[in-house]
Design a binder for this molecule. Structure first.
Ligand code: HSC
Length: 699
């Protein structure tokens, strides 16, 4: 096909007869770095000057078309040529320009296509404007051009959600002109040739089609509702509306101003931190070059809620699973549970009944541990009890191959103790899934003292196979997430005792950005499980520990949360309502302790919660339980609802400033008992004027 090639950095110009193919080649995802922008500009100039060329195709090498602007350039001084001007240049080109989208054409990559004169998309390709997930809006004309192609309501839906749009939907919405079922480049070259000599259809010259005002209002209201504290979706709506009022060039001037405002915002900085942190956690210290063991089949012990969810996660990744239960009845219940999880996916349209059948076809059910003889990895998800788990691991060691990895899904128990009596403790690690395990992205991979490096490397590779965000941590009570959440909940209960009510605390934390406050979460999960745990731990509770027994009193009254219609709140027709009985109980408790209650405002509640989390997170890093502060952030954001637009507690600690965090921690010393003293590392970093982020890059 090619006759001549010229190269300007990561952009190649390939002559294909009377059509020029501009190929962007900037691994891994062809981001529009400065070199790509400069190369594209030079290529367009060259094409326009060459009278032998009648039309242009812009395509990309590798696994995807351009996945957007180079996020790592944001926050640095911008370098010419600027993407918006470059895309205007492409749109103004006197020769027809066709884009060939494949993989995921996102952000600036989608915007290149919107500025081109026609769009051809690979049948498996997707487009999207996910800038909102980075706290941004499309900044290279996307807010002005997409409404002109897809209509205002569709454009707002796509940009405010940041969702990916599959090829056929892109075609039906008028975004793509052709879906290429065969070779994408051939289809794009054909399209380009067909446009030679035809009048050029520029997106900027189109009007935004009239809409049903009711439908538009609904889409806008949904986007605004879903924003929940984020500013970018609201800006997107504002900018998209301009497309109906202003020419593209004028709309883009507003878009540029809004984009620059957002790039500098704390929310976007936090979301960019979240984006890179979620990828950085995969870089685990100490296992570079270590070869993971192959995992071709998995055993799961226990088919309760957790075991069933894990089974579905593993089956979804295409691996065969053997599920073990203690009796045929329990196995039947487990099978029904797994089948039910798939039925839910069928109802929501995510899978077909055929997919369910194929995946379930890879599941074997047994009551005999001997069925695990060939398993490469066995995950136990049985009752949270040290004696039960120890005994089970010993039996598993006898039933499996010598190189089989034994994983525990414990959320609190000491994995060192669990592995201590085994013959091969080096094969043991923790795989702490979050419920529902087939949905939640987070996986804590717990490295015990004797876990072998290749066993840890296998855990990390397995997490990747399951498409989880896997964070490696060490052994301690509750690992990263539950350990921090235990302090968080305790701090909230202290505030209850001092003067706040459950609805004050939940309201303040929901306003901060958590989807639910701690008391509403407990009511949803059921209060009886943590009650049982507290009763178990009561004999070892230190005499100087500050303990608030209000939850115990609720449980004694049978108030186990939503399922009993009463917990921290009362529930009427599914609605959560403050309960005067609970208030009376709390007030009586404070009085019995001789505490004079005082008003605690939302700001104090938020500050105490954040400071508690930053403090415990820093201790976790100082003890080497988490590799870096960013690992703590990733766990809290992906497993516990910490708002991503705040970047996780450690990022938030730096934003607020460590001296301010220490000031909030000061009154906790002594008052809140052991565990709430300020972290020595935090004190040292604050004294040096440093930040927690600097620990992210320390070896
Ligand atoms: C944007 O486009 C703004 C525009 O509107 C224009 C702005 C104009 C401004 C004008 C000012 C006036 N940049 O995820 P993976 C790296 S905003 C830099 O593991 P996958 C990533 O860090 C952007 N790097 O792969 C990783 O590096 P590592 C809108 C990027 O196959 C490696 O690539 N676009 C990058 O699972 C592999 O990534 C987005 O938000 C980028 N844009 O997923 C898309 N994208 O190996 C963001 C990736 O060193 N990207 N990297 O760790 C994604 O969603 C996913 O990466 C993909 C691939 C789905 C593309």
């Amino acid at each position: 096909m090619s006759s001549t090639q010229t190269q300007s950095g990561p952009v190649r110009l390939i002559a294909c007869g009377d059509v020029a193919l501009i190929e962007i080649d900037n691994p891994p995802v062809n981001a529009t770095s400065q070199a790509v922008r400069a190369g594209l500009e030079a290529a367009i100039e060259q094409v326009e000057a060459d009278e032998t060329i009648g039309a242009v195709v812009i395509a990309a090498a590798g696994r995807t078309f351009v996945a957007g602007a180079d996020i790592s350039e944001f926050g640095k001084p911008p370098l010419a040529p600027y993407l918006p001007a470059l895309l205007n240049r492409i749109e103004a080109c006197r020769k027809p320009v066709v884009v060939a989208w494949h993989g995921t054409a996102l952000g600036g990559g989608c915007e290149i296509g919107l500025a081109a004169h026609a769009r051809v998309i690979d049948a498996r390709g997707m487009i999207g404007l996910p800038e909102v997930k980075l706290g941004l809006l499309p900044g290279a004309g996307g807010t002005q051009r997409l409404p002109r192609l897809a209509g205002l309501a569709n454009a707002i839906d796509i940009m405010a959600s940041g969702r990916m749009v599959p090829a056929r939907e892109a075609r039906s919405l008028g975004i793509a002109d052709v879906v290429a079922e065969g070779d994408l480049r051939d289809a794009a070259l054909d399209k380009a040739r067909s446009l030679i000599g035809q009048p050029i259809r520029r997106t900027a010259d189109r009007d935004v089609a009239a809409e049903d005002p009711q439908a538009l209002a609904e889409v806008e209201a949904k986007a605004a509702r879903d924003a929940r504290g984020r500013i970018a979706p609201l800006k997107i709506i504002e900018m998209a509306r301009l497309a109906t009022l202003l020419p593209v060039a004028e709309g883009m001037a507003f878009e540029r101003k809004a984009f620059l405002e957002l790039v500098g915002s704390a929310q976007s900085r936090a979301l960019r931190h979240a984006f890179f942190a979620e990828r950085e956690v995969a870089k685990v210290r100490g296992i570079g070059g270590v070869v993971a063991r192959p995992v071709r089949s998995v055993g799961i012990i226990g088919a309760g809620t957790m075991g069933a969810g894990i089974a579905v996660a593993v089956l979804d990744a295409g691996l065969p699973v053997t599920i073990i239960e203690t009796s045929d009845e329990a196995l039947t219940r487990g099978r029904d549970r797994i089948s039910g999880l798939y039925d839910r996916s069928i109802r929501s349209g995510r899978i077909t009944p055929e997919t369910k059948a194929a995946r379930l076809g890879k599941a074997t059910f047994s009551t005999d541990l001997a069925s695990l003889g060939e398993a490469d990895l066995v995950i136990e998800a049985v009752f949270e009890d040290m004696a039960v788990k120890k005994q089970l691991l010993a039996r598993l060691e006898a039933a499996t191959r010598a190189d089989a990895i034994l994983a525990t899904n414990t959320s609190y128990l000491d994995i060192n103790e669990m592995a201590a009596g085994l013959e091969r403790p080096q094969n043991v690690l923790g795989l702490h899934f979050f419920s529902p395990a087939n949905v939640m992205k987070l996986l804590e991979i717990v490295k015990a003292d004797r876990t072998a490096p290749e066993v840890l490397a296998t855990g990390v590779a397995f997490g990747k196979t399951l498409k989880k965000i896997a964070v490696v941590c060490g052994v301690c009570d509750g690992f990263i997430g539950n350990r921090i959440m235990a302090r968080y909940r305790a701090q909230c209960e202290f505030m209850l005792e001092e003067g706040a009510l459950p609805q004050d605390i939940d309201g303040a934390l929901e306003a901060y950005g958590f989807p639910m406050g701690p008391f509403a979460v407990q009511d949803l999960a059921g209060l009886e499980i943590s009650w049982a745990r507290r009763k178990r731990l009561a004999p070892t509770r230190g005499p100087d520990e500050r303990y608030v027994p209000v939850a115990d009193r609720l449980c004694e009254q049978g108030r186990f949360g939503q399922k009993t219609g009463r917990g921290w709140y009362r529930y009427v027709d599914g609605k959560r309502l403050p309960d005067p009985e609970v208030e009376a109980l709390i007030l009586a408790h404070s009085a019995a302790r001789g505490i004079t209650r005082r008003r605690i405002d939302a700001e104090e509640i938020q500050q105490r919660v954040v400071a508690t989390m930053v403090n415990e997170g820093t201790k976790i890093v100082a003890e080497g339980i988490a590799q870096r502060p960013l690992d703590v952030d990733v766990v809290l954001m992906n497993g516990y609802g910490y708002p991503a637009w705040r970047g996780g507690p450690m990022h938030e600690g730096d934003r607020i400033g460590l001296p301010a965090i220490l000031k909030v921690l000061k009154p906790m010393q002594g008052r809140d008992g052991p565990g709430f003293e300020a972290s020595q590392l935090l004190i040292e970093i604050a004294a040096e004027g440093g930040s927690l982020a600097q620990l992210n890059t320390r070896g």
